[in-house]
Design a protein around this ligand. Structure first.
Ligand code: HGY
Ligand code: MN
Ligand code: MN
Length: 418
């Protein structure tokens, strides 16, 4: 297969990422594009226009996933998909998610211009949400495509300001019965291209990371109630200080994660304290827990054990505790045949590669439930991600497109499905 021109590809992808970053630009170099917000909706509509300009047939499904398709000639009814997510974390980077979409568009445009129509329909997908940054659930887009979620649950999930997922979805113009169902059973293969979001590829001077497995994840919302009281008149030994109790829980989480050793990671990323006033003993505290491991059994054991310790701390400090799990994604091995083929493609392109586990969660881990799935990474500068400092060079972005285009060519043009 003839290769896309590096410079052209680098320019196409970098400028599209630049344009996308304007939707949700937080003014400090970061991007905040939360599900069903105006900046999210405008980014999806902008992408639909870009796809149409490039000759793809576009459509939205009921939850707001966007597809751009090159119709296959063999009428098999099967489709090869590539893509990623358009939403971001708060003040995130411009590459996480968006790169897989921009690179996918570059690859489809190149393949169409060079080889015409594919044998199997080839589709680019911009999943509506993956991060779990606004609502207490993640993978809303790919979860509806693969059957993990059904849209009916949207009226029981609320963001921090009390807006339901259903109201937000309807407000953004989705969730209507007349819109196409999200669930799909026609996906023959899925390939996700993403930045590594870690330091390994750069440190080992590899241009391509071929993912062998994606970690399993448990996320919880924990609320601890004590007794709000006067900071001046309440003696230290007569307090039910929710924040002190939570501090002890967080230190316990860190100690246990360090004791468990790699690749286990555990994070408290969000904390809300009430009444959050300097001269009031904190009455209640809400916080999130994110625990990950490549082995689901170890992940479950660790979660059970540390949450039991949280409860002991609460009893000892006469605090009430509620723990609600809101994410439990299993670790997901990628398709071994596609891993081999990515290794051969990288070698043919003289791009140094290695297989690598993903400590970040991705839509690809849900697609493994419905089709053979592969994931590949390009390096992240200093391993930084979920930050305005997230960066990957234009040349490295173009490397990813070359490998992606070569695999999509084998799958959709040569018809070599796994
Ligand atoms: O949190 C993650 O692992 C991913 O960025 N959603
Ligand atoms: Mn992310
Ligand atoms: Mn991502």
């Amino acid at each position: 297969m003839r290769l896309p021109m590096k410079q052209e590809t680098a320019l196409f992808v970098s400028s599209l990422l630049q344009e996308l970053a304007a939707f949700g630009d937080d003014g400090n170099g970061g991007v905040t594009r939360l599900l069903y917000t105006p900046e999210w909706r405008n980014a999806q509509l902008f992408l639909a226009k870009k796809m149409e300009e490039q000759g793809l047939n576009t459509r939205f499904d009921r939850v707001g996933n966007l597809y751009g398709a090159l119709q296959g000639t063999n009428r098999s009814g099967k489709a090869v998909l590539t893509g990623s997510h358009i939403d971001t974390v708060v003040s995130g980077g411009r590459y996480d998610g968006a790169y897989g979409i921009a690179a996918g568009l570059a690859a489809l445009v190149y393949l169409k211009e060079t080889y015409g129509d594919p044998l199997y329909t080839l589709e680019l997908v911009s999943f509506c949400e993956e991060e779990g940054s606004r609502f207490p659930l993640a993978y809303w887009g790919s979860g509806n495509v693969t059957g993990l979620y059904e849209i009916g649950k949207a009226d029981r999930i609320f963001d921090n300001s009390g807006v339901s997922l259903e109201a937000a979805m309807l407000g953004a113009g989705f969730g209507k019965p007349e819109q196409p169902e999200s669930l799909r059973a026609d996906i023959a293969a899925f390939v996700e291209l993403h930045i590594e979001q870690g330091p390994v590829l750069e440190r080992q001077r590899k241009r391509v990371g071929i993912v062998d497995a994606i970690v399993g994840q448990h996320r919880y919302a924990v609320t601890v109630h004590g007794e709000a009281n006067h900071a001046g008149t309440t003696p230290m030994n007569m307090r039910k200080d929710a924040l002190i109790g939570v501090s002890e829980m967080i230190l316990q989480l860190e100690a246990d994660a360090l004791a468990a050793g790699e690749p286990l990671v555990a994070t408290v990323g969000r904390i809300d304290c009430a009444p959050n006033t300097p001269n009031v003993v904190p009455g209640s505290v809400g916080f999130t827990v994110d625990i990950r491991h490549t082995d689901d059994r170890i992940l479950s054991q660790f979660s059970e054990s540390v949450l039991a310790k949280f409860k002991e701390i609460a009893i000892w400090r006469e605090l009430d505790i509620q723990i609600s799990p809101w994410l439990d994604t299993k670790s997901a091995p990628m398709n071994s045949q596609l891993i081999d083929r990515l290794e051969h493609i990288s070698a043919d392109l003289s791009l140094a590669s290695r297989t690598i586990p993903s400590g970040a969660g991705h839509d690809a881990q849900l697609l493994t439930a419905v089709c053979p799935t592969a994931m590949l990474f390009v390096p992240s500068r200093a391993g930084i991600s979920h930050s305005a400092l997230e960066y990957t060079s234009a040349e490295e972005l173009a490397d990813g497109v070359s490998v992606l285009a070569a695999l999509l060519y084998e799958l959709a043009y040569e018809g070599k499905l796994p």
